[in-house]
Design a protein around this ligand. Structure first.
Ligand code: ZN
Length: 140
């Protein structure tokens, strides 16, 4: 069932904090009980707690998660590079940073790939709250 036409809603601070906590634990953004991931690259079909269908639209629903994976990976890598420069200043190993930074960036993005899907789902649920029709526990 396609639900992406459901209305957008302005998130409250309390709701945002609650969803951030559930996202950090990689749990269902709707109820906080069921796990979203079944493995490194597998998202469960439904929440075991509330029956929420995680793929809210078509099979390409999680394509948008790439944006958050890249954003998070790049941010952490840049912070790591800045920390390395700060710690080793004034004898900064520029050659090591030049060749190590791309490796670290790629590694962080691969490591955070599963979390990026949960972040994507949580932001979608934050802005477009779950509708009762999404909680039906059919086999569809
Ligand atoms: Zn749930």
């Amino acid at each position: 069932m396609r639900t992406t036409e459901s209305a957008l809603e302005m998130p409250t601070v309390v709701r945002t904090l609650r969803l951030m906590g559930r996202t950090l634990r990689l749990r269902c953004p709707h109820c906080g009980e069921g796990r979203v991931l079944a493995g490194y690259d597998t998202v469960r079909h439904r929440c075991s707690g509330c029956g929420f269908r995680f793929t809210r639209s078509d099979d390409h629903y999680f394509s948008g998660a790439m944006f958050f994976g890249i954003l998070l990976g790049e941010t952490l890598a840049v912070l790591g590079i800045l920390a390395a420069i700060w710690i080793t200043y004034p004898n900064v190993p520029w050659t090591g940073i030049q060749f190590g930074a791309p490796v670290v960036m790629l590694g962080v993005m691969i490591l955070l790939f599963p979390a990026s899907r949960v972040i994507w789902l949580a932001i979608d649920v934050l802005l477009r709250p779950v509708q009762p029709s999404e909680l039906v526990t059919d086999q569809g």
